[in-house]
Design a protein around this ligand. Sequence first.
Ligand code: SF4
Length: 936
Amino acid sequence: MSKSPKQAQRKKLTRRHFIRAAAAGAAALALPGCSRKEKPILSTLTGDFDPLRSYPYRTWEDFYRKIWTWDKVVRSTHSANCTGSCSWKVYVKNGVMVREEQASDYPRISKDLPDYNPRGCQKGGCFVEYVYSPQRLKYPLIRTGARGEGKWRRATWDEALTLIAEKLLDNVYNYGPDTNTFFSVIPAMSPVSFAGGARLAHHLGGVFLSFYDWYCDLPPGEPLTWGVQTEACECADWFNAKYIVLWGSNISQTRIPDAHFAFEARYNGAKIVAISPDFNSSCMHADLYWKINPGTDASLALGVAKILVDRNLIDVPYVKEQTDLPLLVVKSSGRFLRESDMKSGGKEDIFYFWDAKQQRVVAAPGSMGSAEKTIRITNGDPVLAGTFSVQLANGQKAEVTPAFELMRKTLEDYPLEKVAQTTGLPAQEIETFAREMGTRKPAMIIHGAGTNHWFHNDLANRAMILLVALTGNVGKNGGGFNHYVGQERVWPEHGFVQLAFPEGRKKQRFQNTTLWSYFHSASKDPHLHNGKPIEWYIQESVKNGWMPLWPAQPANGPKRKPRSLIVWRANYLNQAKGNEVIEHSLWKDLDLIVDINYRMDTTALYSDVVLPASSYYEKVDLNSTDCHSYMHTFGKALEPLFESKTDWDIFHALAKKISEVAQNKHLKPFRDEKMDWTRDFTRMENEWTGKGTIVTDEQAANFILANSKETQGMTYQNLQAHPKRFVATDEEIWTSDVEEGIAYTPFKHQLEKKKPWRTLTGRQQFYIDHPWFLEFGEQLPVYKEPLEEKYPLYWNTPHGRWSIHSTWRDHRAMLRLQRGMPIVYMHPDDARKRGLRDNDWVRIFNNIGECVCRLQLLPGEIVGRVTMYHGWEKYLGFQQGGWQSLTYIKIKPTQLIGKYGHVNFKLNYWGPTGNNRDVKVEVEKYRGKVALGTKA
Ligand code: SF4
């Protein structure tokens, strides 16, 4: 309401009057002789200044108070693969979600640990606005223009589902069930929504694509060394560490709800070291910051390992019992000495050490072929050095040596001065690192995508794991190598797998997405590997049955191509390396692309049919993360808005429609020989609902909870009250128990109970004697330089603060916290050399593609690298291209191996990673015309 001049003048006068009066009062109190015993003069608080007076304009206060009233409050969370898994309350008023608030009700693990409350980030704190934003999908849409053109028509659910059902069935009968492809990610963040589509793929015989390896979130060193996908401590355990190494992990930006555990650990005596090329927002909290050259992390780890070994800073009893380093290797072949070498008819998976007391070989307990299910050594004392002669079954003699001795020789390649030169770190800092790593216990590495996204990520992982194994830190609270990239572990895994793939994993066609995307697109890796193109290794791997490749390819004749792709809870095209190559090849070959989504993202925009899904606040589901040890829920604050449905209900409706179409067309059951399954599609709905036993999403959630050891006693309803800590762990899946009052940390079963590690040798396995590893000289961890690229600047695309991947990238509030459009960060020296200034439009290019966006100068960036935080949608302000226009798919041959003990293809456990760091670009001023606003 505007004020009249008179009112304004009166207000001015009265304000001035008040200030003067107040000043006079204060002065009076300050006067000598005006003691505190004397009564203060309050006569000025009369008239307009009396706070209790009657006042005519009070109604706005009531209106303001009513903003903070609500009709109901519902617990929910977000599933964007942020790893947060934070519990929120959503407030609803008059049928509208008005705001959210951190629930702050995680039960505390122990009074000796900081708790998980409150938990959240700025993205989660504005999700209600996203729910009602213009990008929200409201109705089923069918494309009318070209893919990506943005031309759509509104369709009914019946029309859209009929179109999809007919095409899927058509593909099964005319091209084979393996031409239908399904892509969804990260079941932990909403397993019911994930399982809805997985069940459909399962009953249809379709191909289910991986995601954890494709996004390069999988640390391949973990399956290689430990035989697990990823095992990390929950974040509360960071507080127990006395030495924390933030290595390629910017927790202040990417683990916002949990970063405090690390920083608070300093009150508990911890020292924090940050290793990163750029001085990022986590480095500012560290005690020491080491500015390492990009892609040289394995060199640093091996240089430190050398110092640890040379100065005897290693835990020898731990190394002898818990690692494969005492196991003997035949020097001439480079292979482990096996029982099959020693006895005719002996096993390939029993190994030996040299016993110091008896001076002879002794079989090591606990390997895959061993009858002893313990790694406790009771039959000798393994040596770690020396060369010995053994008599083989074929009558010949062989020289053998412990893997430790070979490792020590390998480490000779990493003298201090050389490592200092490679990494760009002063030699004394490397020495400090080694000394502290060897003496401060427990010590942990918090590891992230910064190092994991490189081509040789497996080598870097293995080199870092070597540090924490040599120092005896793995399997102890506050210690270990803890990798956090993605919300990858489903705590109640047993129940989840039964729900998603009811007939078991063996009856499901699974596919590594990196391989699928490369093989079925025009992607071309220019690098040769030992003189051979990657295609040669792919062919060998598939021929040997190491990696699956769907659709199955004929021995002769034309290539079989995928025909359909259904994407939900994911943004395939945004995340695809070299996505323009994919768009112009694989994408064109697909007859049907369906996107199920609550917002119009890049994949939705380039689809044929878009089905509107409910948002995180309009669904029933579960949520867990490896960052904490609690289960909690999504709740329906409102029924799905507009015409949207939950993912579970969408796949139920699609299953029903498939039954209808199959019945109308009188389709005979389809014999799927490869899966040994006769599929009667007229009964699809019945199969999908488990013969009517799991119809609703709440029933599906309860099925997961009831069929998992971790969640016994939990129901969807009782979890709505507050998150609950897991009550146990399934020993087949996990490596430690959930203990009362103690933060979860992995591998206690191996360290305390002496259970074998899940590897070929039954130990933390640093020596991999697969022929391809021997061929590439990677049987032990070594440092290999990043792939050679001819451009001068590394292209760095890390996870950022203002989005979770592409989610929230287009959120008004998040855009206002930055420059509001895609930007590339560059060090001022690099900009000066190129005549560039802050906020210039620049063209970034290499031989793969180009993109045009604005430049921001950043002194914290390293010279020789530019950074664009990843996930920007193509339509958000690029003048050309996008962040993935410059990347491409590169497959590492050794990541294609299989049938080697614990190294076998398994979805999201082992398969080539879609690494994206070894890419270089050049940047120049953009001289083209700039069209402001978003573009498709
Ligand atoms: S987006 Fe993730 S980290 Fe942020 S509040 Fe939601 S669950 Fe937590």
